[in-house]
Design a protein around this ligand. Structure first.
Ligand code: BGP
Length: 497
């Protein structure tokens, strides 16, 4: 196994809404994920809101099309898993010590925007929220761990959603930039790596999750994307002005899409499917809208206007590096016999089933070669370093008692990560792709984004919280913990068990 660059950023990834808890502490406001209920593999997550007639509604997060008078919020009698998360808010010292024990070079977390600006619209930040992240970053730095900060990871303050439908409205850009400036200045010297929006392309699949928008449709997706692109480009510029050492990336839920057959119609379908990734990369890496998207807007009757000033902002605010989540590949077909034989996938990006590969217990197709293909494609298109900031597999881990100790044999994580690291190393060593680092998703068990359950576990660390509300939150090292520690120590040169 060829060695990876000495500067390679190994670590793990999380998001505030999925692990922090501390829902009403330190002056925090409510964010979009706080209004999203627990689901499971068979029960979808819902979002709660009130309409002007006083009725409380629950709508399925992935299909919701809420009325225009919806006022999103948190109501009695619903189970919102983000409110407790895994209680990182109180246990961050213990958790970061465990990351330090594994030798993390970097730790990806998000700042919970509503901790800093509770409704999103304040002009002055909330000091208690700022202080919390000071403490967290100091703790990371104590172990030599560089924080990698996502500025917005499914945590739009609800105040913005209720005031003007958040990212549908141009005014949200200013609120976001104020927030970015605030945290950029405050954490100067502590944080160097930033991501502007998690999985920015998910606005087309779950506008609620991605952008705190309850309605759907091509116009909505176009408006959200435009406003987030401008906001991201401004954030890049602001962070560079604050500290020229800052490196700012985008984040796209990425994949590789294959044609089901060599029928040119299937090949074209697969190419077009890739637009849902490349559109977002194109604008953030090149600084302008690609022609295929403008044509699509014309066909769909989407109103699109970009002022000269905003066009210049996009150009001036291209990202320093590209970051991706990669979980699975997908397949496109135009054959009615094949269509409908669908696979599951991250945020519904499954496509049809690929007969050549297996799938996780949640039906996400496992394809390490797809990661190598994805990395090559990004490097060839943009020649910007790529950071794999999410990858891994959700498994049904159990804690067992052996020789008086509680242990967890999560071989599924080790096998998945090993095969993907091998594919990534091939992309680096055989194909010459510049990959900066690798932070497996959910390095400590946390709440699932799509299903809202604890039962789907990704962690190197088992957290004893269960979906029925039992468990004391105690942390236990899984088998993968010791494996990951060894992989980091030898910089990926030995991936054996
Ligand atoms: C990505 C999100 C993460 C994370 C991951 C795994 O889409 O950025 O927040 O949760 O997917 O998905 P899930 O939690 O649904 O298994």
């Amino acid at each position: 196994m060829a060695k990876l660059p000495e500067t390679f950023l190994w670590g793990g990834a999380t998001a505030a809404n999925q692990f922090e808890g501390g829902f009403a502490e330190g002056g925090k406001g409510v964010n979009s994920s706080d209004c999203t209920t627990r689901g499971s593999r068979t029960k979808p997550r819902t979002v709660t809101y009130k309409t002007s007639d006083g009725q409380i509604h629950e709508d399925i997060m992935f299909t919701m099309n809420a009325p225009m008078d919806a006022q999103y919020g948190v109501f009695e009698g619903y189970d919102y898993p983000s409110h407790e998360g895994i209680d990182f808010y109180h246990r961050y010292k213990e958790d970061i010590a465990l990351f330090g024990e594994m030798g993390f070079k970097t730790f990806r977390l998000s700042i919970n925007w509503a901790r800093i600006f509770p409704t999103g619209m304040e002009l002055e930040p909330n000091e208690a929220g700022l202080k919390f992240y000071d403490d967290v970053f100091d703790e990371c730095l104590k172990y030599g761990i560089k924080p990698l900060v996502t500025l917005s990871h499914y945590e739009t303050p609800i105040g913005l959603a209720n005031a003007w439908r958040s990212w549908c409205d141009y005014r949200t850009i200013e609120c976001y930039v104020r927030y970015v400036k605030t945290v950029g200045e405050r954490y100067k010297g502590k944080v160097e790596y930033w991501l502007t929006f998690n999985e920015i392309n998910i606005c087309e699949l779950s506008p609620w999750m991605s952008a705190g928008v309850g309605q759907r449709g091509p116009q909505i997706y176009a408006d959200i994307a435009k406003h987030q692109f401008i906001a991201s480009a401004k954030a890049v510029q602001v962070l560079h002005e604050i500290d020229p050492n800052n490196k700012v990336g985008n984040m796209v839920a990425y994949g590789a899409d294959y044609p089901y057959t060599c029928n040119p119609a299937d090949v074209l379908a697969a190419k077009q499917k890739m637009h849902m990734y490349h559109f977002y990369e194109d604008v953030q890496a090149r600084g302008y809208y690609p022609s295929y998207k403008l044509k699509e807007y014309e066909r769909d009757g989407v109103e699109f206007f970009l002022s000269e000033e905003d066009a210049a902002t996009l150009k001036a605010g291209t990202v320093d590096f590209l970051s991706i989540s990669y979980y699975a590949s997908s397949v496109s077909s135009t054959d009615p016999e094949i269509l409908g034989k669908n696979a599951d996938g991250n945020m519904g990006m499954g496509g049809v089933k690929n007969p050549y590969i297996g799938a996780s217990d949640w039906g996400w197709q496992i394809d390490p070669t797809g990661l190598r293909i994805a990395l090559n494609e990004l490097w060839e298109r943009y020649q910007k370093p790529v950071y794999v900031v999410e990858n891994s597999v959700g498994t049904q881990d159990v804690l067992v008692e052996e020789n008086g100790q509680k242990v967890c044999h999560d071989q599924g994580h080790i096998d998945y990560l090993r095969s993907h690291i091998e594919a990534m190393a091939d992309a680096i060593n055989y194909d010459g792709v510049d990959v900066m680092g690798y932070t497996p998703w959910g390095c400590i068990d946390l709440v699932s984004a799509s299903t809202g359950e604890m039962h789907k576990r990704y962690g190197f660390i088992y957290v004893d919280f269960q979906d029925d509300g039992t468990g004391d939150g105690a942390r236990y090292r899984k088998d993968s913990f010791y494996w990951w520690k060894k992989v980091i120590a030898n910089n990926g040169s030995d991936l054996s068990d």
